[in-house]
Design a protein around this ligand. Sequence first.
Ligand code: ZN
Length: 440
Amino acid sequence: MIYVFPLIHALDVDRLEYIQRAAIEVNHFGTITKVEHLKEDENIDGDDVVHAHPNEFLVPGFVDTHSHAPQFSNIGFGFNLELLDWLSQVTFPTESNYQDAQVAQIDFAKVVEATLSVGTTTCSYYSSLHLDATKILAATCHSKGQRALVGKVNMDSHCPDYYKDESPEVSMAQTKEYVDYVRNNLKSAIVHPIITPRFAICCSPELLEQMGEYLKDENLHIQTHLCENKGEIDFTMSLYPNDESYTHIYANRGILSDRTILAHCCHLTNSEMDLIKQYDCGISHCPTSNFNLRSGITDVNQLLTDGITKVGLGSDCSGGYEAGILQSLRDASTASKALSIFHNKPTYLSLENLFYLATLGGARALDLEKQIGNFIVGKQFDALVIDPLTIANKSLIDSSKQSYISPLDRLKRNFERWLFAGTSANLQAVFVDGKNINIK
Ligand SMILES: [Zn+2]
């Protein structure tokens, strides 16, 4: 197929490319084989050519680097609590329901449909701690065509008896069975397993050590939470008094690698940032959740300035109340402007930075940059077709037709307005791995 569209994508942390007329050629494996810049009067026709409708443009699919599928039934609820109380009073009771595979089957289908319908083409999911539910979530992503990392949560300590792995050995045995299922039964090109220790408080040292041993021999993704909330950090350090910092707890047990995604990171010390840089870990910035649970404000601008660029956005449902990444992008902007005001600093996240975080930065954080994140030849075609002025979205009236605005500036203006004021109504089509996913 050849898609003739205006396109916008991130080439780096602070660099977007706008192409007014591009022809993107995609082969039947869903791989981008050619990207041409067309002149205004240059025509391409044929059965396999798809032309943009007026105003439409193409962007890479959104990458959600952190979300909890079994928490979607709590979206918008429990925000009077801070993290540790929210977990015990709101989250654990809900997640425990996924012991019932039928609940998982019904709910996870809705979760994956909901995230695809707001443009999340790749998602890194925490399932519950249940083996069957986690298999169901992985199989659901595969059958509905969403690119995903899916992990069984590991937790054997400081959690309620009704929602807890029986022992470190059982937790690891089930994790290995799950990894084996995804690799040898599901055999998906787009869904992969990810090792998912909930966070240090909920993992005994024995469990983290056994996990680290397992990871020595396996080239696997890992995800966990880090330095989200001050109360959490204090409690964590009381459990691991001999480790220099929260980040050292993971490093000392073999949990950190260039395939590790660390969510939140609101309160990192300089030595922890050095450690993250040394191991080349990814960071998931979850500003909506950080505000809702009053966890803190991650200084992403500082991370990028310090050379930590494997950073993406996470919806962190249901700490976040929106399934999609547009809300995270807007809250990332607000968070960085709040820091700029409070610290009297002139710098904050630019439009270029924000869109990078939502797409290419997310791909880098998940160690998937070779496959996705922008429209570079050799990557897979994960894309969104956006009509910023669709009639369904009455909030965006076309104010850009004035003669002094060039066509390129008009594209830039429509793109920016969609990012900050658009809705899912602007989404006309979603492609994953070259396939048009039915989202209506
Ligand atoms: Zn989370």
